[in-house]
Design a protein around this ligand. Structure first.
Ligand code: FES
Length: 167
């Protein structure tokens, strides 16, 4: 003869075991999301990088630094003006350009170019960068981020990329 109370307890034990396993599985799946995102991010970012035309090389004087605008790599249809990016483009000689992110490496404020002083100035906390993007003064921990640049098909092109920031 089976004791009904004991049968109920076994059934409750099985239920609790299954519930615990189910919750553990759900927690493991949730914990895996950021890990998988971090592992897949470089692959996904590479796919999104695009070369964008920013102008004819002859439009930039040797030694000049100009603000150029371009569309981000993979803008969403609803992105509006946030689909637009900008960079400071410096022509170093006849064949070479450097493109700097406009965002300060400290907290991302847009830096401005002071042509007479040949310095990039950040209005937020007084960060200063030399014309080659290295830090001259203030809190920025790193030089200005550089984009890849090339001249192709008669156009200066910047390769879109997400920007690394410290905080
Ligand atoms: S954001 Fe540029 S110095 Fe802080």
């Amino acid at each position: 003869m089976i004791d009904k109370t004991n049968e109920k307890q076994i059934s409750r034990k099985k239920f609790m075991l299954k519930l615990s396993l189910g919750l553990a599985g759900a927690c493991a799946a949730l914990a895996a999301i950021p890990v998988m995102s971090a592992l897949l991010a470089p692959i996904l970012e590479t796919k999104k990088a695009q070369w964008r035309n920013v102008g004819n090389p002859e439009g930039f004087e040797i030694g000049s630094t100009s603000l150029v605008n371009f569309t981000n790599a993979d803008p969403e249809p609803y992105a509006g003006v946030t689909a637009q990016s900008a960079a400071w483009l410096r022509r170093t000689d006849k064949d070479n350009f450097i493109a700097f992110a406009v965002n300060c490496s400290h907290l991302g404020c847009p830096v401005r170019w002071e042509a007479q002083a040949e310095l990039f100035m950040c209005p937020c906390h007084g960060g200063v960068y030399y014309k080659d993007g290295t830090v001259a003064a203030g809190p920025p921990p790193n030089p200005l981020t550089k984009y890849d640049v090339r001249v192709s098909n008669g156009q200066v092109q910047i390769k879109t990329a997400s920007l690394p920031f410290t905080a």
